[in-house]
Design a protein around this ligand. Structure first.
Ligand SMILES: CC(C)(COP(=O)(O)OP(=O)(O)OC[C@H]1O[C@@H](n2cnc3c(N)ncnc32)[C@H](O)[C@@H]1OP(=O)(O)O)[C@@H](O)C(=O)NCCC(=O)NCCS
Length: 152
């Protein structure tokens, strides 16, 4: 359903190539952050059915380095919406195929995206959590939303 968390979920998958590396030979953090911003933007666009800008990124945490040749999966999910703003949790999972390992979380962050129509913040549809997993995400997003509001 179009007001659900799963409807707007955005997922991209990429193999990391030498062009993504920093001088240490690991994947550049900025490349990963761009993937995260794209996933947050797509999730916001799908939910709002229109343009959205990044207003804020909180708690970006680099848990594990990513190497050239790794397969990276980036997942963006809405967790909560206010009036015109959307809370989006973005995670990057990394899979080292040479080690035949399972994907592991490498980065996480919380994005606030704001829906704009003609440059003006505009109300977004409500977000309806349905599954127990949705409800857990929604509670987390609601907490973050009010923590951020208190700082503005
Ligand atoms: C994001 C932006 C549109 C907000 O404009 P604004 O005049 O402050 O808008 P408002 O005060 O009406 O707030 C609109 C919503 O944004 C939220 N918001 C505004 N600034 C925020 C911030 N720094 N962090 C988190 N949320 C913010 C408000 O809480 C409000 O949420 P709500 O509608 O759910 O209650 C404006 O600051 C902007 O254009 N920033 C630049 C965005 C950009 O260029 N991003 C990079 C490229 S995509």
């Amino acid at each position: 359903m179009k007001d659900g968390i799963s409807f707007s979920r955005a997922e991209t998958c990429m193999v990391m190539e030498p062009r993504h590396s920093n001088i240490m030979g690991n994947v550049h953090g900025g490349e990963l952050m761009m993937m995260m911003d794209n996933a947050a933007g797509i999730a916001a666009f799908k939910h709002a059915k229109g343009d959205a800008v990044t207003a804020r990124v909180d708690e970006i945490v680099f848990l594990k380095p990513v190497h050239i040749g790794d397969i990276v999966t980036c997942v963006g999910q809405l967790t909560y919406v206010g009036k015109s703003s959307m809370q989006i949790m973005v995670s990057i999972y990394v899979n080292d195929f040479s080690a035949e390992s399972m994907p592991e979380a490498s980065l996480t962050a919380f994005f606030t995206m704001v829906h704009l129509v003609d440059g003006v913040p505009t109300e977004v549809p409500r977000l309806v959590p349905r599954t127990p997993e949705d409800h857990a995400l929604y509670q987390l997003g609601e907490k973050k939303y009010f923590e951020i509001k208190a700082k503005l």
